[in-house]
Design a binder for this molecule. Structure first.
Ligand SMILES: [Zn+2]
Length: 555
């Protein structure tokens, strides 16, 4: 290559480099320039796109006709949301849970940070599945947790309604009711939220911070209804610091402390459009032009805990059937099944499919998109996030997530003009039938073995439990295993965790084994996981358990 050519190619390279750089500059802000729509039309919610949302809201609305719902279409992809919330490891994690708590087992703990503590040592980083559980709105569309979606901005209530709410509490007097109404309007805060906070802080009959008598002979005539600045290690410290703050602020009546306190709460909490407890915790609302960055609390449980405090007040005041406005954010590409609580030991029942190709299957950026973002290997079992309902350019494009974490679109089946039909993504249920049909003749179609020519480097992960597993399991012999198991009485087919029953936990253990998420170690577990006793742990075993649980079929 001559020098001139070299120089030109260098220039071209630099030019392209600049282009890519400029392009990245123009693309980055776009990421946040998502159009978010709020709609109060519940009937219009697309049940395929947002599984489980419409059903849950409709049933709440039936139980509580005075409740109003709005949907915030965030336009955000569920997977992206979780990735963006699962950040800050070893530095400032976005989501923390209490350390040394019996409530939160190791499934709640971040696998990257482990037990590393944060924030004065009393917090640890939350796991991805804990974040999924806490962010999956479908877990909280019930009477107990719904108040994390209560709109905290101003909602109209008249004097009588407010008086009814606070009847029998320390707040029931004319000047206080007017203070609540005025400050709610002035500072754009939901008056019910003000009341709930006031009861939450002071109880129904009030404490030393609101009776005007002062404490230990100090600060008589001062009031601090919201406990602002009331901190300390002893009860006396707490009360005196709270009253000192009232003195500094000049809150000389209950009404003036409510006005002053509401302005502080509004400033701290309700600005920026994040006007529900959920949105204050999870910044998935972009009216301020940013996402994920303005969270008010790192505590993953904050929205839920705050909401249950409101619920407690709601029950105390018997106001559950009042009129409330709830704002429910929804995400794109949410899995069909709601994320389960990490404590329950089994992860969400994903829609699992097996990649039925010789070689590899292209992952694209969009349905029929022209950008290749990754590959699936034949035989690989992956989770399907979204099953396409309509064809684009001649086939269905399902959204999947590969085991290496790439989400994108792949062709579910051959294009409609193809000579021969082939299903590329086979659901587990159908796989079972196929395996049974095949069992008389050949073993399994030749997915494995042929796929190495693509050289993507993933070939080793192809078929975990089949060819290899077969040989291994057979040499150990499944017959003796059964005899042993029966004699001991401890190995029961299907009861993988040996808790005496066959439950979803068992099928998830098998699923995780097959997907190599968590390999079964104990021989007894492997034996009970091989439900049909064919010497291997395969999707068939998983399906047998599932059918047993769902339809009561024999195992
Ligand atoms: Zn972490």
């Amino acid at each position: 290559m001559s020098k001139k050519v070299k120089r030109i190619s260098l220039r071209i390279l630099v030019f392209f480099g600049i282009c890519v750089f400029l392009l990245s500059l123009t693309i980055t802000p776009k990421q946040h320039a998502i159009t978010q729509i709020v709609s109060s039309n519940i009937d219009e919610i697309d049940t395929l796109k947002y599984p489980g949302i419409k059903e849950a809201i409709t049933s709440l609305k039936t139980a509580h006709p005075n409740w109003n719902f709005k949907i915030l279409y965030t336009g955000l992809d569920w997977y992206d949301v979780i990735q963006n919330e699962y950040k800050g490891h070893h530095a400032t994690p976005s989501n923390l849970i209490p350390a040394n708590s019996n409530t939160y087992n190791n499934k709640w703990v971040c696998s990257i940070c482990g037990l590393e503590t944060y924030d004065t040592g009393s917090w640890i980083c939350a796991s991805e599945s804990a974040i999924k559980y806490m962010m999956d709105i479908r877990n909280f569309l019930d009477d107990e947790s719904i108040f994390q979606f209560l709109e905290l901005t101003y909602t109209y209530y008249n004097y009588d309604q407010i008086q009814k709410m606070i009847n029998g509490t320390y707040l029931n007097n004319n000047s206080v009711i007017n203070a609540i109404i005025d400050s709610a309007k002035t500072y754009n805060v939901n008056p019910y939220y003000i009341i709930a906070r006031l009861i939450q802080e002071q109880g129904k009959s009030g404490t030393e911070l609101v009776n005007g008598h002062g404490y230990n002979g100090k600060y008589a005539g001062y009031y601090n209804a919201f406990n602002i600045g009331a901190t300390g290690n002893t009860r006396a410290d707490v009360v005196l610091n709270g009253l000192k703050r009232a003195y500094d602020e000049g809150w000389t009546s209950l009404a003036s402390s409510i006005r002053g306190g509401t302005s502080i709460i509004a400033k701290n909490y309700i600005a920026r459009g994040q006007n529900t407890l959920y949105l204050q915790k999870f910044d998935v609302e972009n009216s301020d032009g940013s996402l994920y960055s303005h969270q008010y609390m790192q505590n993953l449980l904050a929205a839920k805990n705050e909401a249950s405090k409101i619920t407690k007040v709601v029950n105390e005041l018997q106001t559950l059937d009042n009129s409330y406005n709830f704002l429910i954010p929804v995400y794109d590409n949410m899995p069909q099944f709601t994320a389960t609580e990490p404590n329950l030991q089994y992860s969400q029942a994903d829609d699992l499919v097996k990649v039925n190709v010789d070689g590899t299957l292209r992952i694209r950026n969009a349905p029929s998109g022209n950008q290749t973002i990754g590959w699936l290997n034949g035989g690989e079992i992956v989770s399907r996030i979204e099953k396409a309902q309509t064809k684009v350019n001649g086939t269905y494009w399902d959204k999947v997530r590969s085991n290496t974490g790439i989400s994108g679109y792949v062709a579910r089946e051959t294009f409609e003009n193809a000579q021969e039909y082939k299903l590329y993504l086979i659901p587990y249920e159908e796989l079972e039938q196929e395996e049974q049909n095949n069992s008389s003749g050949k073993e399994e179609s030749g997915d494995t073995g042929k796929s190495k020519n693509e050289g993507t480097g993933n070939a080793q992960g192809n078929e975990p439990g089949n060819a290899q597993g077969n040989a291994q399991e057979n040499t150990q012999g499944n017959e003796p295993g059964n005899a042993q198991g029966n004699a001991q009485g401890s190995v029961k087919a299907g009861d993988v965790n040996n808790d005496g029953r066959i439950s979803p936990t068992d099928y998830v253990l098998i699923k995780n084994h097959i997907m190599q998420i968590e390999i079964l170690q104990e021989e007894s577990q492997k034996k009970s996981a091989d439900v049909n006793k064919d010497g291997k742990i395969s999707p068939t075993d998983y399906v047998l358990i599932k059918n047993h649980i769902m339809f009561g079929t024999e195992i």
